[in-house]
Design a binder for this molecule. Structure first.
Ligand SMILES: *Cc1c(COP(=O)(O)O)cnc(C)c1O
Length: 485
């Protein structure tokens, strides 16, 4: 790395900063703390002044790509801009200094916020109630499947299997296994949609649920969702919707009205909260009336005397995380919803769809399209033509980095060969989309005329091509302190 470690910055002479002499009597640790608890060696923490700390982290932040630096169109991930006002509101002392076990009469505002955003999410998707406890989309899936199991158990038979289309996100089958079900894969049809015949044949009295993503991971709206739900319900199965793609549906479609029974949201995809380095996220789960009694406790309820916690729910699946979920993330999503309002949310989804379709229209001639469909908020191309020219999708992805933008999601969904899955999001303007289209068209030209150039990319990033297998399997992030054993 060109940037030194903080430990290496440490000033040897301790002359980086100056503190005035202390004007309170100095305590001797040895007189206050039993000798056995005193450390013998100096702690190995950097001895470094604020300006150097700031520069260190700012320099580090420019080594990698992030959504505040440039375009980051990862499909299925919704890497949209995180408004900075979210940081201000979530840092307000009235939120950030709370303790989750404070007496309820001292946290009425926080409880109201939890209550309000739950009811807004319920309204947005048409559900009867929403829990905010799950800490990620995948955790929401697990929670949803626990609710499915509790529902079927209450009817006497938990059932055995959950049906999942082959285009689904990998977390779907993982959640199915962890919740104690077996997953059964359904093949998509040639339009990239769930095949009704496949579904009919797979349904039987041991099917607990279907997990459907809509729009699906190809960015295509499942137009037959009402029939799909009817078929499942007739077989006694519930329908779980993976709502990670709600960014395409706000104000346009309410999943519960289509027959969906239970669904997770990803606040970090749809409601502008940060993805962070893998977290913390938030995956609230919405349910229709027949599943409400099974929701995790405690539930925030509103009484004449104020907001209170309802823990007395005998059929509840119990807690799925500590306290109320990732509260500071929930405050950020609350801020986003309040900022946009109902009309603004609808406009956000409309713009997300418009941006995806615009970008696709600029690329459609030069890249193969696996399915001839009008996409929603994201679309999938196949780099098959370029592969014949000797340039793989991975090479295209690396070459994009040379233009200072991030690659789309690649090699997912698994059913598309050489997949490039692009989600521009609503927060990008036409200039950014045009620039990205120009880069991709240039790369397509290079693939025809000078494939070696693409295969050698990236040449302008702080790191060139890594041996990815070695980087994944022999990752070494341990720093050897001088003098450490
Ligand atoms: C992101 C995503 C998930 C998982 O959500 P996490 O918050 O990353 O756990 C599940 N399904 C789909 C379709 C997704 O895009």
């Amino acid at each position: 790395m060109s940037e030194k470690l903080l430990f290496e910055h440490t000033s040897k002479k301790n002359d980086d900063f100056y503190l005035p002499p202390s004007d309170v009597p100095e305590e001797k640790p040895a007189e206050l703390i039993p000798a056995a608890w005193l450390r013998r060696d100096k702690p190995r923490i950097p001895d470094i002044a604020e300006p150097h700390v700031v520069r260190h982290f700012v320099n580090l932040s420019t080594q990698n790509h992030h959504v505040d630096k440039a375009f980051y169109p990862l499909g299925s991930c919704t890497m949209k801009y995180n408004p900075k006002i979210n940081e201000n509101t979530s840092a307000l002392p009235g939120f950030s200094c709370l303790h989750p076990l404070q007496p309820l009469d001292t946290v009425q505002g926080a409880l109201q916020l939890v209550y309000d955003i739950s009811s807004w999410l319920a309204e947005i998707a048409g559900f009867s109630a929403v829990t905010l406890q799950p800490a990620a989309g995948a955790h929401g899936e697990l929670t949803g499947l626990m609710l499915v199991r509790a529902f079927h158990e209450s009817k006497g038979n938990p059932r055995k299997t959950v049906l999942i289309p082959d285009s689904a996100h990998g977390t779907n089958p993982a959640s199915v296994i962890i919740s104690g079900y077996e997953s059964v894969t359904l093949k998509s049809n040639d339009k990239g949609l769930l095949d009704l015949k496949e579904l009919e044949e797979a349904l039987n009295p041991e099917v607990a649920a279907l997990m459907l993503t809509n729009p699906n991971t190809l960015g295509i709206f499942e137009t037959q969702v009402k029939e799909i739900c009817k078929l499942c319900h007739n077989a006694g199965a519930l329908v779980y919707m993976d709502g990670a793609n709600m960014n395409a549906l706000l104000g346009l479609v309410r999943p519960a009205e289509l027959g969906i029974d239970v669904m997770h949201f990803n606040l970090h995809k749809t409601f502008s909260t940060p993805h962070g380095g893998g977290g913390p996220g938030s995956g609230p789960v919405g349910v229709v009336e027949k599943l409400v009694d099974f929701l995790p406790t405690p539930c925030v309820t509103k009484a004449a005397s104020g907001y209170t916690l309802d823990c007395d729910r005998p059929q509840s699946i119990g807690k799925v995380s500590t306290f109320y979920g990732n509260f500071a993330i929930i405050v950020r999503a609350y801020t986003y919803i309040r900022m946009l309002g109902a009309e603004g949310l609808k406009k956000a989804s409309q713009n997300a769809i418009l941006n995806a379709n615009y970008l696709l229209s600029r690329l459609a001639d030069k890249f193969d399209q696996p399915y001839d469909m009008t996409p929603m908020h994201e679309f999938v191309l196949a780099g098959t033509r370029q592969k014949q020219q000797g340039v793989k999708t991975l090479d295209i992805a690396k070459r994009l980095l040379d233009f200072g933008v991030h690659a789309p999601t690649v090699y997912f969904p698994l059913i598309v060969p050489e997949a490039l899955m692009i989600e521009p999001t609503e927060t990008e303007n036409k200039e950014t989309l045009d620039a990205y289209a120009d880069y991709l068209l240039q790369i397509a030209r290079e693939a025809e005329e000078d494939p070696e150039k693409v295969k050698q990319a990236p040449t302008k990033t702080p790191r060139k091509r890594l041996d990815e297998a070695q980087a994944a399997k022999e990752l070494n992030i341990r720093y050897n302190f001088k003098g450490a054993k």
